[in-house]
Design a binder for this molecule. Structure first.
Ligand code: GA4
Length: 326
């Protein structure tokens, strides 16, 4: 077995002390073709709630094409882009994130993977762009559905979750409530050294999120001791993070990772994140096979729809899992 560890650099806080020496923190690198991948994924989900995936099988030319099409969309005039907004939550958005007053140095497109549910906004986004953009986005969503279900299958096997497919089917079903976010953090020529929030700290509400970015830095994750570390970008790999729903289903064995994006660069950052969520009617609770006794369960049950509605009323940095706590 080959152990791959990727160093990430240390930052104390948003006001980064330039004298602060980078101290390497290992981000687990999982080779999806490694026979030990499932053991290593579970370890990473327990320790960090975050890992990098290599040998994922997604064709690099497809990634390049998606990136090119997304860049073309973001290069459109503000007037045209705003025809696909404001986000409700789907569609094009600029600077405002969610509906509780969060702001960031960002513009984005948020699309429901179940497009018949947000038909008008999906159409509005693609009306402004080329037909190719729609095709590559749809193909990408399928790839991401495949990758998130593969990761969840490995978790199921390693934790002997019964019945087989319990987790992975939640993101494979046609009713699955997943979405794709394309974030563009524009370059800041004027004040490149000033660090600003691109996307404020938060955990993702879904099961798992799969992120891919261009080669511009900015992503940071929060460690268990509360310190923030920068994750070096790698456009050829994917980063997977544990979401709140998986934390609840594993009764806290896996932790949803707090993360944020800081912008301070001369080049723009483009990232695509697939949020793999369960069907709206799915009951979310600690899995019986992992926690047979009621008294040992840290969380009560709620449907994904109930939790999601609550999330959309909160601010980005709020602690949302309290809703599940007994
Ligand atoms: C965080 C994860 C996903 O980006 C997202 C975000 C959503 C949004 O942008 O509309 C939320 C945020 C996210 C959680 C709290 C609420 C809702 C913004 C916000 C302030 C699409 C999601 O599902 O939850």
């Amino acid at each position: 077995m080959v152990i791959l560890l990727q160093p990430v650099t240390f930052n104390s806080d948003v006001n980064v002390n330039p004298k602060c020496k980078p101290s390497p923190v290992p981000v687990p690198v999982i080779d999806l073709t490694d026979p030990d991948a499932k053991t290593r994924i579970v370890k990473a989900c327990e320790e960090l709630g975050f890992f990098k995936v290599v040998n994922h099988g997604v064709r690099p030319d497809h990634l390049t094409q998606l990136e090119e099409e997304a860049n073309k969309f973001f290069a459109l005039s503000q007037f045209l882009k705003e025809k696909a907004g404001p986000p409700d939550p789907f569609g094009y958005g600029s600077k405002m994130i969610g509906s509780s007053g969060d702001m960031g140095w960002i513009e984005y497109i948020l699309l429901n993977a179940n497009h018949h549910l947000s038909f008008a906004k999906t159409t509005a986004v693609f009306q402004q762009a080329s037909a190719v953009f729609r095709e590559v986005v749809e193909a990408y969503m399928e790839e991401m559905k495949g990758m998130s279900s593969k990761v969840l299958e490995m978790v199921e096997e390693e934790l002997s979750i019964e019945p087989k497919g319990k987790l992975s089917k939640l993101v494979k079903m046609k009713e699955s409530d997943s979405c794709l976010r394309m974030n563009h953090y524009p370059e800041k020529e004027e004040t490149p050294d000033k660090e600003e929030i691109g996307f404020g700290e938060h955990t993702d509400p879904q099961l798992v999120s799969v992120l891919r970015s261009n080669d511009t830095e900015g992503l940071q994750i929060c460690l268990k001791d509360g310190s923030w570390v920068s994750v070096p970008p790698d456009h050829s790999s994917f980063f997977v993070s544990v979401g709140d729903t998986l934390q609840v289903m594993t009764n806290g064995r896996f932790k949803s990772v707090k993360h944020r994006v800081l912008t301070n660069t001369k080049s723009s950052r483009l990232s695509m994140i697939y949020f793999a969520g369960p069907p709206l009617t799915e009951m979310i609770a600690p899995l019986t096979c992992l926690v047979p006794k009621q008294d040992d369960r840290l969380y009560k049950e709620l449907t994904w729809s109930q939790y999601k509605s609550y999330c959309y009323k909160t601010k980005l940095g709020d602690y949302r899992l309290g809703l599940f706590e007994k």
